[in-house]
Design a protein around this ligand. Structure first.
Ligand code: ADP
Ligand code: GLC
Length: 484
């Protein structure tokens, strides 16, 4: 049965993206829209969004909306466009006061107000549009207050009577943890609904999402288990354990319209399992572009990542220089984030100019080229809710080297020389012995051309498309509608 779905996120590709949330918040709704549901996307109109291709129109019913948030007053308007390549409506909340900033996220004192504006504007807009969603799908802390807002400020409105809420945790490491004084900016009689911790000085948005959503999901089965342990819960164990219905883990899918070596718009030389010659040509071209010498027997190791401690780069400080001295490999890195990691890769490039290329920043094209050109892809994450790049790597015949955690554990199988099964190199412990073992294993295996080719082909044959994963969300929505 077609459902009315309101899908709310702080970033949606290709409009605004800092990481995998944007990919998922684009690809899952695309699937749902194709499946016939009435899906409406909501996100902020950041000043960085290029609106030309969106066919953006002001929504007459939602102009000059007033929002009173504690002592603050904001004005917002709604514009409606279409997500590129679809006819699915994307509603953009225009409030320059909070969304005209140099980056999507800030550490500023009004960060909570920015995403309160988003959430209040979403609910006000539904009211003015007369849109009664059956499913309100919230993603991460930026939209995690929607369930409690529906139970408080908006509880009077019968429009939302059919609405059930689903909260997806993409990363429990970012919770939207604000001082409890900010509760007064939400307004309404919220206090009695909030967790006791609020009294202790915290107003934790993700905790409230976990407590008040009708269902809680996360982005892989293994991460669903990990976040229900003391080490993995990042302080939310009590709230997560209190949910008798548990946390549902649904592995993210891949948008193969975007990530497919046979059609990738950034590649000059396409390739597929039947003809891999385009991969070699892509590698040669990228090495030339990065000014790295070509050597037939020298594998290229790729990294594309946000540079935060979550991604495990602390393991590399000693290990990568050691490998660059003792083993035959080159390294292509793209990323931005914490200065200590950026500086590390910049210094590595200075020290090994013939072996290392570091591209600082965010660049979609370079991300695709590194995925396609590399022989191996490194993700030594400390924790990884799902991870998308290892799944992209598999499709591009780029063997992933990953740590057994979260979605990495669910999507990469360790190569087994006896059965010739397996798609990558998987190490268990988050320590330098683990990563050393993994890198040596990968580099040794690379010399065995038959085994390596088999591992590449095993990976390329994997199918993580949204068709299968999207159906799991549909089933979950149906189940959620039967609640209460
Ligand atoms: P996370 O969401 O934790 O950053 P994921 O693996 O789920 O990790 O998703 C990361 C997404 O962001 C991928 O699509 C990846 O290609 C992209 N990405 C990360 N860093 C960059 C960068 N510097 N330039 C371009 N794309 C990037
Ligand atoms: C988060 C996680 C990442 C996941 C992405 C999309 O940013 O860090 O592992 O793939 O969200 O769900």
């Amino acid at each position: 049965m077609p459902l009315r779905i309101c899908f709310a996120a702080s970033e949606i590709a290709p409009l605004a993206k800092t990481g995998g949330l944007a990919d998922v918040a684009s690809a899952l709704p695309r699937y749902l829209h194709r499946a016939g549901h009435d899906v409406r996307l909501f996100m902020p109109l950041y000043s960085s969004i290029g609106t030309a291709s969106l066919n953006l129109q002001p929504v007459d019913a939602v102009q000059n909306g007033e929002l009173r948030l504690g002592p603050h007053t904001y004005w917002f308007s709604l514009s409606k466009g279409e997500l590129p390549g679809t006819q699915m409506p994307v509603y953009l909340v225009h409030c320059p006061q909070v969304f005209d900033r140099a980056s999507l996220y800030t550490n500023g004192p009004d960060e909570h107000l920015r995403f309160l504006v988003l959430q209040r504007a979403i609910l006000d807009s539904c009211q003015r549009l007369g849109f009664a969603p059956q499913i309100m799908h919230c993603n991460d802390w930026h939209t995690a207050l929607l369930p409690v807002l529906l139970k408080s400020l908006y509880a009077w409105d019968r429009l939302f009577e059919p609405t059930r809420t689903v909260m997806s945790i993409h990363n429990i490491g970012y919770q939207g943890d604000f001082p409890s004084s900010t509760i007064y900016d939400v307004g309404g009689n919220l206090y009695s609904l909030l967790a006791p911790e609020t009294g202790a000085g915290h107003f934790n948005w993700m905790r409230e999402g976990v407590r008040h959503a009708d269902r809680v999901t996360t982005v892989s089965p293994t991460y669903a288990q990990e976040i229900c342990t003391p080490e993995g819960a990042h302080g939310l164990l009590d709230a997560l354990r209190a949910r008798t219905d548990g946390v549902v883990g649904i592995l993210n899918g891949v948008d193969y319209g975007e990530w497919n070596p046979a059609t990738d718009r950034y590649l000059k030389h396409h390739f597929d399992p039947q003809d891999l010659s385009g991969k070699q040509r892509t590698k040669d071209a990228l090495l030339d572009w990065f000014n790295l010498p070509r050597h037939a027997d020298r594998p290229l190791l790729g990294i594309v990542s946000r540079m935060t401690s979550q991604k495990g780069f602390d393991l590399l400080f000693d290990v990568l220089p050691e490998f660059l001295i003792s083993r035959n490999l080159s390294l292509a890195v793209l990323g931005s984030g914490e200065p200590r990691y950026e500086d590390f890769f910049a210094l590595l490039q200075q020290r090994f100019p013939e072996r290392v290329s570091f591209t600082r920043g965010y660049n979609d094209e370079v991300a695709h080229l590194i995925e396609a050109a590399s022989d191996m892809f490194l993700m030594p994450s400390m924790y990884e809710p799902c991870g998308l790049n290892q799944m992209y790597s598999l499709k591009y015949g780029t063997v992933p080297i990953v740590r057994r955690t979260g979605g990495l554990a669910d999507s990469v199988q360790m190569w087994d020389g006896a059965t010739r099964q397996g798609t990558g190199i998987v190490f268990n412990n988050f320590d330098v012995q683990g990563i050393r073992w993994a890198l040596h294993t990968a580099l040794d295996l690379f010399q065995d051309q038959d085994a390596w080719l088999q591992m590449m082909l095993n990976g390329m044959a994997q199918d993580f498309s949204w068709d299968a994963q999207g159906q799991k969300y549909e089933a979950l929505y149906e189940e959620t509608l039967r609640l209460r």
